[in-house]
Design a protein around this ligand. Sequence first.
Ligand SMILES: [Ca+2]
Ligand SMILES: [Ca+2]
Length: 199
Amino acid sequence: MNTRFLSLTALLALTLCFSMNLKPSFAAEELVVADFDTGDKPNNLGGDFGGWDKDPNDETQGTKMSFEADDAMGDPAGYAIRLDYDVDSPNPAYNGFWIKMNGEDATLYNTLNFYIKGHAEAGFTKRVKLELKDMTNKPSPYIVGGITEQWQKISIPFEKFRRISDWSALNELILVFDDINSNPKKGTILIDQITLSKE
Ligand SMILES: [Ca+2]
Ligand SMILES: [Ca+2]
């Protein structure tokens, strides 16, 4: 047999194994739900997102969503989501941000990650509430504290979302500003790079 042919075949086989191995395992470790880097909808899963408001007729409260050129990963062309919230109202007030997970199967993962920071000049709450929902739409709450004016990665093990019963189809993630957890009652929070990972 031609040794040259043999070593070429071996090299090809090796290359094939390497490229086949690397990609699927890498993809299984982290799924980007939203990096917001197009500066537009939808998110990386094809899902919609936006600001919400308990009572759109109450003009004294609400969350206004916009894209801010301040990427958490440091990409000069990237964007984050900016949330200008106001829960200072004579009425009970809560509002925030919602993002669709589009029925994503999360069984390969065990951790929800995202980046968050407060806006130094506008002021910001140090605490926000998250709610994760599967297709049954029961909110599974989790409080995030210790928000600062620097980007900070928050990683939450799935076990903390105790009311999720079916991880094979997630509906949405919601961020809540309310008149109990939000202090000051008016300010600006930035959020970016929402992912699911296997730790
Ligand atoms: Ca981004
Ligand atoms: Ca207000």
